[in-house]
Design a binder for this molecule. Sequence first.
Ligand code: MN
Length: 249
Amino acid sequence: MTWRAEAGAATHVGMVRDGNEDAMLVEAPLYVVADGMGGHQGGEVASALAIRTLAATLRTRRSGASGLIASIEEANAAVYERQQLDRALAGMGTTITAAFLDDDGLHLGQVGDSRAYLLRGGALRQLTDDHSLVSEMVRSGEITAEQARTHPQRSMLTRALGIDKSVRVDAFDVELEDGDRVLLCSDGMTAIASDDEIADLLRAGDDPTTTAEELVALANRVGGPDNTTVVVLDISEDPTTATAGGGSS
Ligand code: MN
């Protein structure tokens, strides 16, 4: 079975920030969101360099979740080495949430607090765990998910690309169903909108591009305090490879 995705994406600087340090890639079968951080141009450099490195190394690998992990490790090394060379970029880093589509389904790789969600049968499920201080506090029961969204230290990451020589990457596979809708997004989306608000827009059934624009508009309508980036994927079986009624494929 081969899967295809109709993709829509949007990114916006928001209503407060001067620059957009988020970056994204929509280049079938690879879809990525990265949220950079760091002074000067560091954030923009980190997110763009990480995505470029990931895409370039994955192109030579293309082997499921393990290939994705290795490519994200390469991206980590590239950002780390770059800031060793350029003092002005010291302290930069980036999140990364990458989705790679192949015959097995969806492979996800992630570091940081950008997220992947799956909308199936009208229900929204967060696929990734945030690597952030507040999400650890939620997991340990110290605070609620609602409190995490307004916590003063909500942007404190416990894992990011480019900070250390090596990084631990979360990677896993998602079995797909026809009609699945996948969302990748930076925290500019999830810090400002609840899962219910996000699910409502995803369920409305507009095409992926319109949906992505509506999600970004929602974040900006409620203040747009951060850069917001979203990628929406509508998953379907490739009709040229789907088997019909047990017949030939
Ligand atoms: Mn952000």
